[in-house]
Design a binder for this molecule. Structure first.
Ligand code: NI
Length: 135
């Protein structure tokens, strides 16, 4: 069992981060400043509200981004769930043993204080992100 993962945020794909942030503002969410992540080639902002899971808005800035496929298929929508871990390498290995495919080696995430993130895909789970928890 891989029980070290702790929920961190839901990632929402959008073509227009300002409009989506505005839609969340109408529901009482507060948005962070939009940050450009040059590694992922996306604009990112987080919207938050008390007693509500943290939500990340992700706007691709390049036409080759795989996020465009999601946007083409279903439009603005949730597309990943991020889990925090203090044991990133061990969890990646354990997930790979459970048929998760590592899509990207861990890289620094500018919108998350340069903590490392990676993405894995499993056909029964969908896309997940791991975020390294710095202790
Ligand atoms: Ni994310």
């Amino acid at each position: 069992m891989i029980d070290s993962l702790q929920f961190h945020h839901i990632g929402i794909a959008t073509r227009n981060i300002a409009k989506t942030a505005q839609a969340y503002a109408c529901m009482g969410f507060t948005a962070t400043t939009v940050v450009y992540d040059a590694i992922q080639k996306v604009n990112i902002c987080f919207v938050s509200k008390a007693n509500t899971p943290l939500i990340e808005l992700v706007e691709p800035t390049e036409s080759q981004s795989p996020i465009n496929k999601i946007l083409d298929d279903v439009g603005t929508s949730p597309y990943h769930i991020c889990y925090q871990t203090t044991e990133m390498e061990a969890d990646i290995e354990a997930l790979q043993e459970q048929q998760y495919v590592l899509l990207q080696r861990p890289v620094a995430a500018v919108a998350l204080d340069n903590r490392r993130i990676c993405f894995l895909y499993n056909r029964d789970m969908g896309l997940i992100e791991l975020l390294e928890e710095v202790t």
